[in-house]
Design a protein around this ligand. Structure first.
Ligand code: RAM
Length: 365
């Protein structure tokens, strides 16, 4: 994980195979089963691409007002604009599928060339995203995926099972391997949090080592500070023997840490947090001994390179394909099979933030 996004030097020439212009509108785009589609894969498997400098790339984050989403959108926008293409950042009004559908419909009618979405629901966007793909718009996911039928590829911030294992190791370590703990999640429909929670649960069930840890509750703060605060207070009230809360959401961990610190509670918190929001709470003797995340700016950046590679026809989203991502640390990236039958590209590994490094990262994101 790099500390700063160095100037995005990707030149447009790197994205090859440019023939057709961009700006398909739904009215002029062929249906998906139309053999004349501009993006039909050729015999050798490569797609016929477009000149990305004439194309518009949209990103639809989960919600507005969440600094994590803003950092991700920032990375996306910087990479798209550095390549000479046009970027639209469209935040839904709330962290719901319905609000995202409204935004997606608008992007489809504007005739954008590519939509990258952080889905608020794994299945509820399917019909709308299918409509986008039928209109010749490339669809990919970042942060939180749709089902395999509603995307060409998913840009996953870190391997799902590795996140589950990493968080369980932290929970085991901080609790001393025994006692009650609870999860404070984002929305109940969030595909990314649900996948991480499932991964944590399977780690717990697969090893006797975790037998003395009791997961007493999973609550949802909707990725909003106030509900997350209230859910934390309720956990403390309902479970007097609680030892730890794990919040796999930057909004949740921040709200919970504040409650624990304000109450002088002995309950510890860990999970996924932004260093800029958690600096005051992280440290061995603090409410959050340590926590994890990745670089959300880089996640957005890789999502941009992925979308551009799809539109340029450099990739189709199939497992085994490789593409360049400017000066990103792990470039070139390879698309792999995802556990849901679709494909994904993984940005990197989760990174531990602790007393030793929190201050330097707090300035970055
Ligand atoms: C919150 C959001 C986002 C997630 C991070 C870790 O900001 O739910 O989707 O990836 O937490």
């Amino acid at each position: 994980m790099k500390k700063r996004i160095v100037a995005l030097l990707m030149c447009t020439a790197m994205v090859t195979a440019m023939v057709a212009g961009c700006g398909n509108s739904s009215s002029e785009a062929p249906a998906s089963d139309d053999t004349a589609s501009t993006d039909t894969a050729s015999d050798d498997g490569a797609a016929e691409g477009k000149d990305i400098t004439e194309c518009t790339f949209a990103i639809v984050p989960k919600s507005a007002g969440n600094p994590y989403n803003e950092a991700e959108a920032q990375g996306f926008q910087e990479a798209i604009e550095a390549a000479g293409a046009t970027c639209i950042v469209s935040y839904p009004e709330t962290a719901t599928a319905d609000a995202q559908i409204t935004v997606l419909q608008s992007l489809i009618s504007q005739g954008v060339d590519s939509i990258t979405v952080a889905a608020n629901d794994e299945n509820a966007l399917q019909a709308t995203l299918q409509q986008a793909m039928d209109a010749g718009i490339h669809v990919s996911c970042v942060d939180s995926k749709t089902n395999a039928d509603s995307r060409e590829v998913f840009v996953n911030q870190a391997d799902t099972n590795l996140i589950g294992q990493t968080l369980m190791d932290a929970i085991y370590d901080i609790t001393g391997g025994e006692g009650q703990w609870a999860i404070l999640s984002a929305t109940s429909q969030a595909a990314n949090q649900n996948a991480w929670i499932e991964a944590m649960q399977s780690v717990m069930e697969s090893d006797e080592k975790y037998a003395n840890l009791e997961l007493v509750d999973i609550v949802y703060g909707d990725d909003e500070p106030q509900p997350s605060t209230e859910q934390t207070q309720a956990l403390l009230q309902n479970y007097p023997d609680l030892k730890l809360i794990c919040a796999p959401t930057t909004v949740g961990i921040n709200a919970a840490a504040k409650v624990l610190q304000d109450q002088g509670s002995d309950v510890k918190i860990t999970g996924l947090g932004l260093p800029s929001e958690m600096e005051a709470y992280v440290g061995e003797d603090n409410v959050c001994p340590y926590m994890y995340l990745w670089n959300p700016i880089e996640t957005g950046e890789l999502a941009a390179y992925t979308a551009m590679a799809l539109v340029a026809g450099d990739i189709t989203g199939a497992a085994g394909e490789t593409f360049e991502a400017g000066d990103m640390e792990n470039s070139p990236y390879t698309i792999v099979e995802a556990s849901d039958g679709g494909t994904e590209v993984i940005v990197g590994d989760p990174f531990e933030f602790n007393a030793d490094n929190i201050a330097e990262w707090a300035d970055v994101f």
